[in-house]
Write a protein that binds this ligand. Structure first.
Ligand code: PA5
Length: 445
């Protein structure tokens, strides 16, 4: 179970005032639970851990096995935002840090595309595809997003020219809306194997749909454990109580934001494998809360590396932030520091200690230093980095996001601001239908 500890905020909290925020979070919890709030047609993610069937999971395994039989060793997963970050996060967290260098190949390697518009990136992807036996998973809930559409056009043309149209179609899986969008039309016409992103699940809440589960399964990770972890978290989070970690997290971050003027939340980790947990979390909280002139800006640092860069600012710069430490109780591997007869590095005082012990002391030392520097700290902890705990963490952050955004007074499930750059980009690219906007924007250049 995910645990939340707010002891590191005690110096900043007026208990009577804080109780008001706990009450607000309780009210928000009711709104989320009873589905009476804004955006309540996008609450399908709440039921996912209970709804996912063995059959669904074996459909993903069947695709992985088919591609392995064809000798596929590279799968290009195309998607952006919620259509890629969940899968990327799991793969980064569960892969050996040096899997590439060790050339470990238990399953096809999954690489990502469609999450940028860099020409160099796509050209270099083509260099890689030419060396490998390839397949593709194209993911877009709306089916109309430009970045994945551009990448897919290029990858599809390569697959068709290299393998022939029929074989290429057998190497492409589409994940999109059930009825609408350009990707749906294309998938139907080309007869691609397809999966549906449910109407009532938004992109950033979709990691436990085919959007996350298929690429994670193809890459060889344990999707059953991921779902089991989410289900375990869901059972605990549904209970309305002051001990509910989602209530604690939502109350405290809203308190710090509104009462202490903290505008930035930094998610810290002490394990490089967790870098993309923060990237996934940033999308979830940034898109869900940042609207109507409100919200806490989600940022992240990777420690201990960033203690030697951003650490200075966090310790002594503008006092605008609070921190949430992603704490992992147990390392999965063991490296003990040995005694050295010469002791030139003067580290013999650490002889016999595990490296993770030093990591935990760095974490603890930072907690206290940052509190002394005026930075309140929350702690979100899991027992270890594995598929089960990641599933729990996903569900915890999603549920807490709903509670927190309703506490803040915004609709967590829309993202109207994402459209602004798209309109300008289409106008500048002279997309048909944008003639007036093209004239207007060119006049401003
Ligand atoms: O959270 C969201 O819904 C968005 O950020 C989407 O994930 C992102 O824009 C990708 O959209 P789509 O999957 O429709 O291509």
């Amino acid at each position: 179970m995910v645990k939340v500890d707010v002891k590191g905020c005690s110096n900043f909290v007026d208990q009577a005032k804080y109780s008001e925020y706990v009450q607000k979070a309780f009210d928000a919890f009711d709104v989320l639970k009873n589905e009476t709030g804004a955006g309540n047609d996008f609450l399908g993610w709440k039921k996912l851990p209970r709804q996912i069937t063995e059959r669904e999971l074996s459909d993903y395994e069947a695709i992985r096995d088919k591609w392995i039989r064809k000798g596929v060793d590279l799968v290009v997963a195309i998607g952006i935002g919620g259509s890629y970050l969940g899968a990327k996060c799991v793969m980064e967290a569960l892969s050996h840090n040096f899997a590439k260098q060790l050339k470990r190949k238990d399953a096809p390697e999954v690489v990502f595309a469609g999450n940028n518009l860099s020409e160099e990136y796509l050209a270099e992807l083509m260099d890689l595809m030419q060396e490998r036996n390839c397949a593709c998973i194209v993911i877009s809930k709306s089916g109309t997003t430009t970045e994945p559409a551009v990448a897919f056009r290029i990858v599809k043309q390569y697959l068709e020219s290299h393998y022939g149209k029929a074989e290429a179609a057998d190497r492409i899986v589409a994940i999109t809306d059930a009825k609408k969008g350009a990707l749906k039309t294309l998938a139907t016409q080309e007869n691609y194997e397809s999966f549906v992103v449910p109407d009532n699940v938004g992109g950033r809440f979709s990691v436990l749909t085919p959007v996350g589960l298929l690429p994670i399964c193809v890459a060889g990770f344990d999707i059953k454990a991921l779902v089991a972890g989410a289900l375990d978290a869901a059972k605990g989070l549904e209970i309305k109580s002051e001990k509910n970690p989602a209530i604690i997290y939502a109350s405290m971050r809203n308190y710090l934001h509104t009462e202490c003027g903290k505008a930035i939340e930094i998610l810290l980790n002490y394990n490089p494998k967790l870098t993309y947990v923060a990237e996934w979390w940033k999308q979830l909280y940034g898109e869900s809360e940042g609207k109507d002139g409100k919200g806490i800006f989600p940022a992240s640092v990777n420690n201990t590396a960033d203690l030697h860069s951003m650490g200075q600012f966090i310790q002594e710069g503008s006092r605008v932030m609070f921190e949430t430490v992603l704490h992992v109780e147990n390392a999965q591997r063991s490296v003990v520091i040995e005694s050295d007869p010469q002791n030139l590095d003067q580290l013999n005082f650490l002889a016999g200690k595990h490296v993770e012990h030093c990591n935990h002391m760095a974490e603890l030392g930072t907690v206290i230093a940052h509190q002394d520097g005026g930075v309140p700290q929350l702690q979100v902890s899991v027992e270890k980095v594995d598929a089960f705990n990641l599933g729990s963490l996903f569900y915890f952050f999603e549920f807490a996001c709903g509670v927190s955004a309703y506490t803040l007074g915004v609709n967590p499930f829309n993202q109207p601001g994402v459209e602004a750059y798209k309109k300008n980009m289409f106008a500048l690219l002279e997309k048909p239908g944008y003639e007036e906007a093209t004239k207007a924007i060119k006049a401003r250049l």
